[in-house]
Design a protein around this ligand. Structure first.
Ligand SMILES: Nc1ncnc2c1ncn2[C@@H]1O[C@H](COP(=O)(O)OP(=O)(O)O)[C@@H](O)[C@H]1O
Ligand SMILES: [Mg+2]
Length: 133
């Protein structure tokens, strides 16, 4: 299987929609079902919105996971924004610095098979999520 990748810059509200559409397309392309596709689109929506809200700009990249026996997708969200102040609190779904529900990160972790976060105050945030078929 070939590795397919793509990238979307995120710096406007409309880019959140572009990220959602790209995620839906690539999930359908590799043959994921409706439930997993919806999980991915929901997670991508939350992380793209976080970039727009908290960092102002950044990017989403995706990659088909090149394994023979099972299909999967990786999405990476990168920004050079302020970083996540209280990562443990944010992952527990306990804190929101906007008027959000504060469940974007914790919800994403639940929806995906794995999630890795690197964040540094003043340096930015990189979040990698994966979903297997
Ligand atoms: N890319 C990011 N850069 C800086 N801070 C972030 C980023 N993503 C999330 N955060 C911080 O983590 C908190 C929790 O995010 P989230 O779980 O999506 O909830 P919500 O967006 O509803 O507040 C946010 O309120 C924000 O303070
Ligand atoms: Mg959020």
């Amino acid at each position: 299987m070939n590795t397919h990748t793509g990238r979307i810059e995120i710096d406007s509200k409309g880019d959140i929609l572009k990220a959602r559409q790209a995620a839906r397309e690539v999930a359908e392309e590799i043959g994921l079902g409706t439930t997993d596709t919806t999980r991915i689109v929901t997670a991508v929506s939350e992380l793209a919105r976080n970039i727009y809200l908290y960092a102002g700009e950044g990017a989403m990249e995706w990659e088909r996971i090149p394994e023979q026996n099972r299909r999967g997708l990786t999405f990476i969200f990168e920004d050079d924004g302020p970083g996540i102040d209280d990562l443990n609190g944010a992952l527990k779904g306990e804190c929101s610095t906007s008027n959000g529900m504060g469940r974007g990160l914790s919800g994403t972790q639940t929806l995906m098979d794995d999630m890795e976060i690197e964040t540094e105050p003043g340096e930015g945030t990189t979040i990698r999520i994966r979903k297997w078929e």
